[in-house]
Design a protein. Structure first.
Length: 269
């Protein structure tokens, strides 16, 4: 699980929870994984494996990015293209600027444009998926602040009813999916929950609007028969080497009771 790429020494790693990765380190990680025999697969391949046990290449991995930062386009995209590897990016749709609408106020790390997103998608290297339209934030439910996907929150001074909460999720999920389809020419099949805050209600609504799978942020590998709406991922940190990533895969694989080929899903929550 990746987010933003930025050259080491130009940011405070503690501020961002150690998930900002130096582009050179990212390239070395990809080179190591490729040399170690790992194969990047598409979300369709992942879906078909989890649901139907469809065959996969040896050591299959999914490289994922959350949010949609410009650094993904500047650094990750050309590196992956050069190495013949694939990835997917879950974008916060309301954050993505175009030639008319500039960067949304309050978004402090620049995001790539829809033109750049389409270029990446058309290349076959990058899949553009959803991280909701505009639910990547915490709000109060009257007792504490919770991720907006998790449950009813106070909006305009009033706590949502359960019906209003469900309608908000439906409207947001559908809007994110329709805009991506309009801009990219391909409807997304995957929803990455902000902060990993999915639940049974959000899963049902996500499926209703057309999403076929969902990522959380629980650490782990994925197996045939797992819950397709609760797919695990492995967080890559700013100090990880390629060997560290492989060690994480192996450690998390041993923690499961199944003996099936593991999958790595790499992707700020």
């Amino acid at each position: 699980m990746y987010h933003h790429l930025q050259k080491e020494g130009t940011f405070n790693s503690k501020k961002y929870g150690r998930v900002v990765i130096d582009p050179e380190r990212f390239e070395k990680q990809m080179l190591y994984l490729k040399a170690a025999g790992y194969h990047t697969i598409t979300l369709e391949q992942l879906r078909d494996f989890v649901l139907y046990n469809s065959p996969l290449p040896p050591k299959p991995i999914v490289i994922t990015f959350d949010d949609g930062y410009l650094s993904n386009y500047i650094y990750a995209y050309p590196i992956l293209k050069k190495l013949g590897m694939k990835a997917e990016i879950n974008v916060i749709v309301s954050y993505i600027p175009d030639e008319v609408n500039h960067q949304k106020p309050g978004v402090y790390i620049p995001c790539f444009t829809w033109k750049q997103a389409k270029e990446m998608s058309d290349s076959g290297i990058i899949e553009i998926e959803s991280h909701t339209y505009d639910l990547h934030k915490y709000m109060s439910n009257g007792f504490r602040k919770i991720p907006m996907v998790m449950g009813p929150v106070i909006i305009n001074g009033h706590l949502e009813t359960m019906a209003q909460y469900k309608k908000r999720l439906y409207t947001d999920f559908l809007r994110s999916r329709e805009i991506i389809k309009e801009k990219i020419g391909k409807a997304p099949i995957c929803l990455a929950y902000p902060f990993g805050a999915g639940n049974k209600i959000s899963d049902a609504i996500a499926k209703k609007v057309g999403f076929e799978m969902a990522f959380g942020i629980q650490q782990g590998v994925n197996y045939y028969g797992d819950n397709i709406m609760k797919l695990k991922r492995i967080t890559v940190t700013d100090t990880d080497t390629g060997q560290d990533i492989v060690n994480k895969i192996n450690r998390l694989s041993r923690e499961t009771e199944f003996l099936l080929p593991p999958l790595l899903c790499s992707q700020f929550p």
